[in-house]
Write a protein that binds this ligand. Structure first.
Ligand code: 4AD
Length: 577
């Protein structure tokens, strides 16, 4: 067999190609062409029958000067047959064109490498001044959020390189300082210098320059940009394999992103969530001030339970058993006679075994307690807390912008919320064929588990005040409804996409009834003497509630899980970083 004489850079056709006689199997060194499953790509040589090339032209191109035997099959199951002379001749033109393209690419690459080397040498020769020009006006040090007020002035801004675009003679650097984003334009030597070519995302820098409104038709964050006259690098972040873009990728596995949370937080979505979270807590406090509630800070280390022993985290407190608090409710109740209506924003802890998207082991609990109220007052209060907080939140333009970006369909809820008793929820579930946890029809006394609750809430698709849960499935402290002692004056607020975001109730204020509650739940009343005293020294009807910050945020920002709404989420199996 004689093969074609092929040299890189051109196929020289010699009419000496003679296909070998079709004997099986093909000889070693044969090139395999599979018109169906083959692949014409870099690295595929066709020498392995398991990795054939696709076309005869590519086979000739890759086999280069090896003078091989070409074998082809045109359907998936056909045997490989020697390439015919006419097929070979047809392929030569295609192979020639592929070779020309490869040569052109190589020449371009060499030229580019030469240009890069030249540019790098030129860049290295540009050494930027180490101090700013003392003859220029002294800059005003600003945070980016204040930039608008300083247009036309020379300013000094510090932050992190959020985005970077390098061009010849110009570099666009979007700086992030936590309060906003600012485009800085480096021109001339500032852009061409070696340090600028080596600048990386997430490096920390100081930039001096004059703030200008961007020309019409151009866009930049805040509508202005900084024409830099000096900059210096405070901390150069790594590039290459360790570059931030390699360590944090949005498509990465959630557990890897959680390990990298400290870096992931710098992203626009994550940092947006925590800006809204801060604004949410600010808005809650503003509403509480409006309503005359006083903020208190109860302890996290306690020796009593509130919401059942099964979710208590216990620890050794100087040799005594103690727990991380599940809820500050009992402490808030004791504050009423001293301080009037009170609230707190405090971490609560739950040893939840359930791995759901709305359960955390530690969460920020907004709780309030109100004296001398009725159950109806409680419902109205909760409703207005939620609507007023959302209204305050959206009053802040930066926050409204983030909410609109993360949850474009968000509509502030309107009062009154739909009210629904536990019993009518069971009817709804049964009518809609949603089974209880045993796969049967719901009956009075059943817990409405998360899945069923979500089904109902998502379908109704508006906030629901779900009230009057049976005594047996609620906590020891809940007041019974005067009209039906089988149920409590209790309420859960349910929101579409999340489910329960608030749990509240009127509290038992009669001592004997409270003792009966302890007994029913098998709780020793002794450690609760300070709570029971409340019913002895001037008792009063009162009620309150707890709201999960991460859950209301998940609703507001349309996050799939509350984990996205906690700075460093803790849940089963994760207590780091
Ligand atoms: O319904 P819960 O358990 O009620 C109480 O703790 C009451 N003692 C509060 C009170 O009346 N002061 O919890 C109240 C809210 C829930 O509606 C939910 O939003 C949130 O706290 N929550 C959780 N959030 C995240 N992860 C968990 N494991 C949560 N458990 C409750």
């Amino acid at each position: 067999m004689a093969g074609p004489e092929v040299a890189f850079g051109g196929i020289v056709l010699e009419n000496t190609y003679t296909p070998i006689v079709a004997t099986a199997p093909p000889p070693s060194g044969a090139i395999y062409i599979d018109a169906v499953a083959g692949v014409d790509a870099d690295g595929v040589a066709g020498t392995d029958p398991a990795a054939p090339v696709k076309t005869p032209a590519f086979a000739l191109f890759v086999s280069n000067s090896v003078a091989p035997a070409y074998y082809i099959r045109r359907t998936a199951d056909a045997p490989y047959e020697p390439l015919t002379v006419s097929a070979y001749k047809k392929a030569v033109k295609g192979a020639d064109s592929l070779t020309r393209k490869a040569r052109a690419a190589l020449v371009a690459k060499e030229k580019m490498a030469g240009n890069d080397a030249k540019r790098a040498a030129e860049a290295a020769a540009i050494v930027l001044p180490s101090v700013p020009d003392a003859l220029l006006p002294a800059p005003v040090t600003i945070k980016i959020r204040a930039a608008t007020a300083h247009r036309g002035q020379r300013v000094l801004v510090r932050g992190w390189v959020h985005r970077l675009r390098l061009q010849k003679g110009l570099a666009f650097l979007v700086l992030r300082d936590g309060t906003g984003f600012l485009q800085c334009v480096l021109a001339g030597d500032l852009a061409n210098a070696g340090v600028t070519l080596g600048l990386t995302l997430e490096s920390s820098v100081v930039v001096y320059g004059v703030l200008n409104a961007v020309p019409d038709g151009k866009a930049a964050p805040g509508g202005h940009e900084l024409a830099a006259d000096f900059y210096s690098i405070v901390g150069l972040a790594p590039g290459g394999d360790d570059a931030i873009t390699n360590r944090v990728q949005e498509s990465a596995d959630p557990s890897i992103l959680l390990d990298m949370r400290h870096l992931a937080l710098r992203g626009e979505t994550m940092s947006g969530i925590f800006k809204v979270r801060a604004a949410l807590l600010r808005a809650f406090r503003r509403v509480y001030v409006d309503l005359g509630l006083l903020e208190v800070t109860p302890p996290c280390m306690v020796q009593t339970q509130v919401e059942g022993g099964s979710t208590l985290f216990d620890f050794n407190y100087y040799g005594e058993p103690a727990y991380l608090t599940q809820s500050s409710q009992l402490y808030l109740e004791t504050c009423l006679p001293a301080l009037g209506d009170v609230f707190c924003v405090q971490e609560s802890f739950r040893a939840e075994r359930s791995h759901t998207r709305r359960h955390l082991s530690e969460y920020t609990h907004v709780e309030a307690e109100l004296a001398f109220i009725t159950f109806d007052d409680l419902l109205l209060h909760i409703e207005s807390l939620i609507t007023k907080t959302v209204a305050y939140l959206l009053e802040e333009p930066e926050i409204a912008e983030i909410v609109a970006k993360l949850n474009p369909a968000f509509q502030p809820p309107k009062t009154p919320f739909r009210r629904m008793t536990y019993s009518s929820a069971l009817e709804w579930l049964n009518e809609h064929g949603v089974p209880n946890e045993d796969g049967e029809q719901f009956k009075f006394g059943d817990d409405i588990a998360e899945a069923a609750e979500r089904r109902m809430t998502d379908e109704i698709n508006e906030p629901i005040l779900l009230t009057h849960f049976p005594v047996e499935i609620k906590s020891f402290y809940m007041q019974k409804a005067p009209e039906d002692p089988r149920v409590t004056e209790s309420v859960d607020v349910l929101m579409p996409n999340v489910g329960e975001i608030v749990g509240g109730s009127m509290r038992i204020y009669d001592l004997e009834e409270l003792y009966a509650g302890f007994k029913r739940e098998g709780i020793d009343p002794k450690p609760y003497y300070w709570f029971s005293d409340q019913r002895i020294y001037g008792t009063c009807p009162h009620g309150g509630y707890g709201l999960g910050t991460e859950r209301i945020l998940a609703w507001l920002l349309d996050r799939f899980t509350v984990r996205d709404c906690s700075l460093y989420p803790r849940f089963t199996g994760r207590c780091k970083p």
